[in-house]
Design a protein around this ligand. Sequence first.
Ligand SMILES: *Cc1c(COP(=O)(O)O)cnc(C)c1O
Length: 220
Amino acid sequence: MLVKQNLIEFTNKIPSHVTLVAVSKTKPIVDIQEAYNAGQRVFGENKIQEMAAKHEALPKDIQWHMIGHLQSNKVKYMAHFVDLIHGVDSLKTLKEINKQAQKHNRIIPCLLQAKIAKEETKFGLSFEKIEEILASDEFAALKNIKVTGLMGMASFSSDDQIVSEEFKRLKLFYNKMNANGAGFSILSMGMSGDFKLAINNGSNMIRVGSAIFGARNYIA
Ligand SMILES: *Cc1c(COP(=O)(O)O)cnc(C)c1O
Protein backbone atom coordinates (compact mmCIF):
# COMPACT_ATOMS: atom_id res chain seq x y z
CA MET A 1 0.00 0.00 0.00
CA LEU A 2 2.90 2.31 0.69
CA VAL A 3 4.05 2.46 -2.92
CA LYS A 4 0.53 3.33 -4.06
CA GLN A 5 0.21 6.06 -1.44
CA ASN A 6 3.64 7.52 -2.22
CA LEU A 7 2.86 7.51 -5.91
CA ILE A 8 -0.48 9.28 -5.53
CA GLU A 9 1.03 11.91 -3.24
CA PHE A 10 3.94 12.39 -5.59
CA THR A 11 1.81 12.67 -8.72
CA ASN A 12 -0.24 15.39 -7.01
CA LYS A 13 2.94 17.39 -6.45
CA ILE A 14 4.06 17.65 -10.06
CA PRO A 15 2.56 19.69 -12.90
CA SER A 16 0.77 17.77 -15.65
CA HIS A 17 3.33 18.64 -18.35
CA VAL A 18 6.01 16.74 -16.41
CA THR A 19 6.35 13.00 -17.09
CA LEU A 20 7.17 10.89 -14.06
CA VAL A 21 9.55 8.01 -14.66
CA ALA A 22 9.18 5.69 -11.65
CA VAL A 23 12.69 4.35 -11.06
CA SER A 24 12.22 0.74 -9.96
CA LYS A 25 15.85 -0.45 -10.07
CA THR A 26 16.58 -3.16 -7.45
CA LYS A 27 12.87 -3.24 -6.51
CA PRO A 28 10.81 -6.44 -6.78
CA ILE A 29 8.04 -7.16 -9.28
CA VAL A 30 5.35 -6.82 -6.57
CA ASP A 31 6.32 -3.20 -5.96
CA ILE A 32 6.19 -2.39 -9.66
CA GLN A 33 2.85 -4.16 -10.00
CA GLU A 34 1.50 -2.05 -7.13
CA ALA A 35 2.59 1.14 -8.85
CA TYR A 36 1.11 -0.16 -12.11
CA ASN A 37 -2.20 -0.88 -10.38
CA ALA A 38 -2.17 2.71 -9.11
CA GLY A 39 -1.95 3.90 -12.73
CA GLN A 40 1.80 4.35 -13.30
CA ARG A 41 2.95 3.20 -16.76
CA VAL A 42 6.46 4.62 -17.17
CA PHE A 43 9.26 2.86 -15.30
CA GLY A 44 13.02 3.37 -15.31
CA GLU A 45 15.79 0.84 -14.73
CA ASN A 46 19.56 1.18 -14.84
CA LYS A 47 20.60 -2.39 -15.68
CA ILE A 48 19.61 -3.81 -19.05
CA GLN A 49 19.19 -7.44 -18.00
CA GLU A 50 17.18 -6.54 -14.90
CA MET A 51 14.90 -4.40 -17.05
CA ALA A 52 14.51 -7.19 -19.63
CA ALA A 53 13.50 -9.69 -16.93
CA LYS A 54 10.95 -7.27 -15.49
CA HIS A 55 9.61 -6.52 -18.97
CA GLU A 56 9.03 -10.26 -19.43
CA ALA A 57 7.20 -10.62 -16.13
CA LEU A 58 4.98 -7.53 -16.16
CA PRO A 59 2.10 -6.11 -18.28
CA LYS A 60 3.15 -5.24 -21.80
CA ASP A 61 1.72 -1.72 -21.81
CA ILE A 62 4.48 -0.57 -19.46
CA GLN A 63 6.92 1.87 -21.05
CA TRP A 64 10.44 0.94 -20.03
CA HIS A 65 13.12 3.61 -19.89
CA MET A 66 16.80 2.76 -19.59
CA ILE A 67 18.34 5.42 -17.37
CA GLY A 68 21.71 3.89 -16.55
CA HIS A 69 25.10 4.02 -18.18
CA LEU A 70 25.07 1.67 -21.17
CA GLN A 71 27.29 -1.24 -21.99
CA SER A 72 27.19 -1.55 -25.77
CA ASN A 73 27.29 -5.35 -25.75
CA LYS A 74 24.00 -5.51 -23.81
CA VAL A 75 21.90 -3.18 -25.97
CA LYS A 76 20.63 -6.22 -27.88
CA TYR A 77 18.71 -7.45 -24.81
CA MET A 78 16.40 -4.41 -24.77
CA ALA A 79 16.28 -3.31 -28.42
CA HIS A 80 12.92 -5.01 -29.05
CA PHE A 81 11.01 -3.22 -26.29
CA VAL A 82 12.80 -0.22 -24.74
CA ASP A 83 10.79 3.02 -25.06
CA LEU A 84 13.46 5.59 -24.30
CA ILE A 85 17.18 5.43 -23.55
CA HIS A 86 18.24 8.35 -21.34
CA GLY A 87 21.95 8.01 -20.78
CA VAL A 88 23.60 7.97 -24.19
CA ASP A 89 27.00 9.60 -24.03
CA SER A 90 28.84 8.63 -27.20
CA LEU A 91 28.42 8.32 -30.95
CA LYS A 92 29.66 4.74 -30.61
CA THR A 93 26.72 3.87 -28.36
CA LEU A 94 24.27 5.58 -30.73
CA LYS A 95 25.66 3.43 -33.53
CA GLU A 96 25.19 0.25 -31.51
CA ILE A 97 21.61 1.20 -30.58
CA ASN A 98 20.95 1.98 -34.24
CA LYS A 99 22.31 -1.41 -35.31
CA GLN A 100 20.18 -3.32 -32.81
CA ALA A 101 17.07 -1.21 -33.55
CA GLN A 102 17.47 -1.99 -37.24
CA LYS A 103 17.24 -5.73 -36.52
CA HIS A 104 13.79 -5.15 -35.03
CA ASN A 105 12.69 -2.63 -37.62
CA ARG A 106 12.33 0.02 -34.94
CA ILE A 107 13.36 3.61 -34.38
CA ILE A 108 14.52 3.88 -30.77
CA PRO A 109 14.19 7.30 -29.09
CA CYS A 110 17.32 8.37 -27.20
CA LEU A 111 18.41 11.26 -24.99
CA LEU A 112 21.98 12.48 -24.99
CA GLN A 113 23.38 12.81 -21.48
CA ALA A 114 25.02 16.14 -20.84
CA LYS A 115 27.57 16.56 -18.10
CA ILE A 116 26.36 19.42 -15.95
CA ALA A 117 27.70 18.44 -12.51
CA LYS A 118 31.15 19.42 -11.37
CA GLU A 119 31.80 15.97 -9.90
CA GLU A 120 34.24 13.68 -11.71
CA THR A 121 32.04 10.63 -11.32
CA LYS A 122 29.13 11.84 -13.42
CA PHE A 123 29.02 10.58 -16.99
CA GLY A 124 28.02 12.80 -19.84
CA LEU A 125 28.99 14.85 -22.86
CA SER A 126 30.04 18.46 -23.02
CA PHE A 127 27.64 20.78 -24.85
CA GLU A 128 30.27 21.21 -27.58
CA LYS A 129 30.51 17.47 -28.07
CA ILE A 130 26.71 17.15 -28.30
CA GLU A 131 26.63 19.79 -31.04
CA GLU A 132 29.47 18.04 -32.84
CA ILE A 133 27.74 14.64 -32.75
CA LEU A 134 24.40 16.00 -33.94
CA ALA A 135 26.05 17.86 -36.83
CA SER A 136 28.13 14.89 -38.02
CA ASP A 137 27.51 12.90 -41.20
CA GLU A 138 27.90 9.69 -39.20
CA PHE A 139 24.99 10.70 -37.00
CA ALA A 140 22.88 11.68 -40.01
CA ALA A 141 23.34 8.15 -41.37
CA LEU A 142 21.71 6.54 -38.31
CA LYS A 143 18.14 5.96 -39.43
CA ASN A 144 16.97 3.72 -36.58
CA ILE A 145 17.52 6.08 -33.67
CA LYS A 146 16.00 9.46 -32.92
CA VAL A 147 17.51 11.89 -30.43
CA THR A 148 14.41 13.36 -28.81
CA GLY A 149 16.09 15.42 -26.12
CA LEU A 150 18.66 15.72 -23.37
CA MET A 151 19.29 14.26 -19.93
CA GLY A 152 21.37 15.62 -17.08
CA MET A 153 22.24 14.95 -13.46
CA ALA A 154 23.10 17.79 -11.12
CA SER A 155 25.75 17.70 -8.40
CA PHE A 156 24.84 15.99 -5.13
CA SER A 157 24.81 19.25 -3.21
CA SER A 158 22.73 20.71 -0.42
CA ASP A 159 23.26 24.10 -2.02
CA ASP A 160 20.08 24.69 -4.02
CA GLN A 161 21.69 27.49 -5.94
CA ILE A 162 24.44 25.27 -7.34
CA VAL A 163 21.92 22.62 -8.36
CA SER A 164 19.57 25.22 -9.91
CA GLU A 165 22.41 26.79 -11.90
CA GLU A 166 23.36 23.41 -13.35
CA PHE A 167 19.77 22.63 -14.38
CA LYS A 168 19.38 26.14 -15.81
CA ARG A 169 22.49 25.77 -17.95
CA LEU A 170 21.11 22.60 -19.48
CA LYS A 171 17.70 24.17 -20.11
CA LEU A 172 19.34 27.11 -21.89
CA PHE A 173 21.36 24.73 -24.04
CA TYR A 174 18.21 22.70 -24.79
CA ASN A 175 16.43 25.89 -25.87
CA LYS A 176 19.38 26.92 -28.01
CA MET A 177 19.45 23.55 -29.76
CA ASN A 178 15.73 23.78 -30.45
CA ALA A 179 16.13 27.32 -31.81
CA ASN A 180 18.63 25.75 -34.22
CA GLY A 181 16.12 23.12 -35.30
CA ALA A 182 17.00 20.14 -33.09
CA GLY A 183 13.32 19.30 -32.57
CA PHE A 184 13.81 18.17 -28.98
CA SER A 185 10.75 17.50 -26.84
CA ILE A 186 12.23 15.90 -23.73
CA LEU A 187 14.42 17.41 -21.04
CA SER A 188 15.06 14.70 -18.44
CA MET A 189 16.35 16.19 -15.20
CA GLY A 190 15.49 15.76 -11.56
CA MET A 191 15.45 12.87 -9.06
CA SER A 192 13.92 12.34 -5.59
CA GLY A 193 16.19 14.92 -3.98
CA ASP A 194 16.11 17.67 -6.58
CA PHE A 195 13.00 17.26 -8.76
CA LYS A 196 11.46 20.55 -7.58
CA LEU A 197 14.52 22.53 -8.57
CA ALA A 198 14.63 20.64 -11.88
CA ILE A 199 10.99 21.42 -12.69
CA ASN A 200 11.45 25.06 -11.71
CA ASN A 201 14.32 25.18 -14.17
CA GLY A 202 12.51 23.66 -17.13
CA SER A 203 12.52 19.89 -16.73
CA ASN A 204 9.61 18.04 -18.33
CA MET A 205 10.66 14.51 -17.29
CA ILE A 206 11.78 13.49 -13.82
CA ARG A 207 13.31 10.17 -12.76
CA VAL A 208 12.17 9.35 -9.24
CA GLY A 209 13.00 6.19 -7.30
CA SER A 210 13.36 6.37 -3.53
CA ALA A 211 10.56 8.92 -3.01
CA ILE A 212 8.14 6.35 -4.46
CA PHE A 213 9.58 2.94 -3.67
CA GLY A 214 11.56 3.78 -0.52
CA ALA A 215 15.30 3.57 -0.01
CA ARG A 216 17.16 0.96 -2.06
CA ASN A 217 18.86 -1.92 -0.31
CA TYR A 218 21.79 -2.91 -2.49
CA ILE A 219 22.75 -5.88 -0.30
CA ALA A 220 19.45 -7.71 -0.78
C1 LIG B 1 18.68 5.79 -9.46
C2 LIG B 1 18.53 6.88 -10.43
C3 LIG B 1 17.51 7.85 -10.29
C4 LIG B 1 16.52 7.87 -9.14
O1 LIG B 1 17.16 8.21 -7.94
P1 LIG B 1 16.32 8.56 -6.62
O2 LIG B 1 17.24 9.43 -5.86
O3 LIG B 1 16.05 7.26 -5.94
O4 LIG B 1 15.08 9.23 -7.03
C5 LIG B 1 17.43 8.83 -11.26
N1 LIG B 1 18.26 8.88 -12.30
C6 LIG B 1 19.24 7.97 -12.47
C7 LIG B 1 20.14 8.08 -13.65
C8 LIG B 1 19.42 6.95 -11.53
O5 LIG B 1 20.40 6.06 -11.71
